[in-house]
Design a binder for this molecule. Structure first.
Ligand SMILES: [Zn+2]
Length: 443
């Protein structure tokens, strides 16, 4: 039996960096190089739950989502390219940190922080920082921020670079790494949640499984002692180290002699053994009525005056404040938070590789971790954050990239396409063999 996926947590940072935080600023700068060396110890890991990290200006999310988040286009960058110049500071986040507090400690202006947040509005990466993640600062004259790197894991970084006096642009770096699969399994003993946890599945994994089968199985009522489950989980590795990213390639639940299966196909959706989709079709619009598109999706948008890259990763609808906002597909709510520019927003992960986001809300009607159904009212639209007027900004991401929600080929599918059937059947055969191996967990 394998242990739960490892997550980065704060351990040593408190002892390494806290004394530093209490020093007067002049000493901080003198100490910077020493701290850089000490704080470079970032492989500290633990299997425990992550502590909450709350920022007054930002509500940092606690749980990493294994599905990669948004990106205009994931770019793999050669490690040498980033090593060209060393950062002036490297800071590992620990629980209780605030973004403005970190900037303050390092003597970096709050104005620069808001400029970074401005750029962050289209990627929403700062909200996903959690204890253990690392911030790297490159400073110019007068401690002016030139570059800020967010290191979420070995595989995922977001880099904000200064383009002029008042703007930053972002770049997302995703290293594909290698994926290794392992088979986990167990018998139902008590609740599915506890049994799955005991077998080594994470809270995210369990929520995904519950969401996938929610139309087919009532997890609270239908499962009996003696029922069992098997899962093939893929974990990402970079340079031999686990990044914490996982995906469930196959799931089987044996319920009173009946077998339920889910196989993740290369199109990013889950299907049963016969190739029938487990998810219902997505709704194209996140509202019951269709509102005028006030600003379309445009990943190549440049600011008309500065010429700087400023992608618009979603579709804006001219919704009056208070318009009911609907989940466009079944899924799990992974984030409900506030951003100074994106306003109140919700992120929903839909089985497989799909994520949707809803911004500038006046009110959220769901909470993090909640399972939602397609068409369910999840919020009321509004005008929170920085907006010129009330509207709903809606995003759809497939496998980590934002796509045009109005034109994307979204899962309308009821089954695997005929031309893909042979590839799907080969995949099912291989995954089924791995599920068979999962057997029973070690006692
Ligand atoms: Zn927008």
């Amino acid at each position: 039996m394998r242990k739960a996926p490892e997550k980065f947590v704060e351990l040593m940072v408190g002892t390494v960096l806290e004394p530093f935080a209490r020093l007067p600023r002049a000493h901080k700068l003198a100490l910077a190089s020493t701290v850089l060396l000490m704080a470079a110890v970032i492989g500290v890991r633990n299997n425990g739950d992550q502590e909450s990290l709350s920022l007054p200006s930002l509500n940092l999310d606690r749980t990493p989502v294994a599905i990669p988040e948004d990106a205009p286009a994931p770019v793999a960058e050669a490690p040498q390219a980033k090593a060209l110049s060393l950062p002036n500071f490297e800071y590992q986040i620990h629980s209780g940190d605030t973004l403005s507090g970190i900037f303050d400690h390092l003597g970096v202006s709050q104005a620069a922080m808001y400029q970074v947040l401005d750029s962050d509005q289209e990627i929403l990466a700062l909200d996903t920082l959690k204890p253990g993640d690392t911030l790297r600062f490159w400073l110019g004259e007068d401690n002016e921020l030139q570059k800020l790197e967010l290191r979420f894991s070995l595989a995922h970084q977001v880099i904000f670079s200064r383009v002029d006096d008042s703007h930053f642009e972002f770049k997302k770096v995703d290293i594909p790494g290698t994926w290794q699969s392992d088979a986990l399994g167990g018998e139902i003993n008590g609740s599915f949640y506890l049994s799955a946890q005991k077998a080594g599945l994470s809270e995210n994994d369990i929520a995904r499984i519950s969401s996938l089968f929610k139309d087919k199985l009532n997890f609270a009522r239908d499962l009996r002692a003696g029922d069992s489950f098997q899962v093939v989980r893929r974990s990402q590795f970079v340079d031999g180290e686990a990044t914490g990213d996982t995906e469930l390639a196959a799931i089987r639940i044996n319920n009173r002699g009946k077998e339920l299966n889910a196989f993740l196909f290369s199109d990013g959706s889950y299907y049963d053994a016969d190739g029938q989709s487990l998810a219902r079709a997505f709704l194209r619009y996140p509202t019951a009525r269709h509102y005028r598109v006030s600003s379309p999706f445009n990943p190549h948008r440049h600011h008309p005056v500065t010429g700087r890259y400023a992608p618009h990763n979603g579709t804006d609808f001219a919704t009056p404040s208070g318009t009911p906002v609907l989940a466009t597909a079944d899924g799990v709510v992974t984030r409900v938070t506030n951003h100074p520019y994106a306003g109140k927003y919700i992120v929903i992960e839909h089985g497989g590789k799909y994520v949707s986001r809803y911004l500038h809300l006046s009110r959220a009607l769901v909470h993090k971790g909640q399972l939602v159904s397609r068409g369910q009212k999840i919020a009321l639209s509004g005008a929170t954050g920085r907006v010129t007027g009330p509207h709903l900004h809606y995003e759809l991401h497939i496998a980590g990239r934002p796509v045009n929600p109005m034109t994307a080929k979204i899962p309308m599918a009821a089954s695997v396409e005929r031309k893909d059937k042979p590839a799907f059947e080969a995949e099912v055969k291989q995954l089924s063999a791995q599920l068979d191996q999962a057997g029973q967990p070690a006692a």
